[in-house]
Design a protein around this ligand. Structure first.
Ligand code: HEM
Length: 122
């Protein structure tokens, strides 16, 4: 029996793998008509860096996320259920493009869905 169960972070290819996924999440968001307007005034490099660090830290990596908590980051935006689903679809598509497996996609889906109450209609 294996003594070390690889973390989700490791299974996604660590920092480099998650950086590549984050590039595709951003590419998807900025061409997704359901949500792209939300990011029209964003500093792409800054937001990508924060999302990457959160993704790394949240999947078991050593990186530190120093951005806002999810409630503070999204409060006042009145984000809809449809927008929430659009973001999740973009994330899973980006994972798929980078070769992530079904098990890994399901784990990320579950993590993201658990944040819904802090993001939608807040
Ligand atoms: C589980 C899903 C989501 C996660 C994990 C997430 C994560 C993040 C993170 C880490 C930030 C940066 C926080 C900071 O500035 O310190 C952020 C900002 C933001 N998020 Fe989300 N988000 C999610 C869903 C959404 C949805 C559904 C929308 C609506 C389309 C959205 C729109 C935004 C916008 C507009 C910003 C600000 C970007 C900027 O500062 O220019 N997010 N989000």
């Amino acid at each position: 029996m294996s003594e070390h169960e690889a973390s989700l972070y490791e299974r996604l290819g660590g920092f480099d793998g998650i950086s590549a996924i984050t590039e595709d999440i951003w590419a998807n968001h900025t061409r997704n008509t359901a949500i792209k307007q939300r990011y029209a005034d964003s500093d792409a490099e800054k937001v990508k860096g924060l999302v990457r660090d959160m993704f790394c830290a949240g999947t078991g990596g050593p990186e530190n996320y120093d951005g806002k908590d999810m409630l503070s980051a999204h409060r006042g935006m009145n984000i809809s259920d449809q927008e929430f689903v659009a973001v999740i679809d973009d994330v899973l598509d980006a994972m798929s493009k980078n070769g992530a497996g079904k098990r890994e996609q399901d784990e990320v889906l579950s993590i993201l869905y658990s944040m819904k109450a802090e993001i939608v209609h807040v």
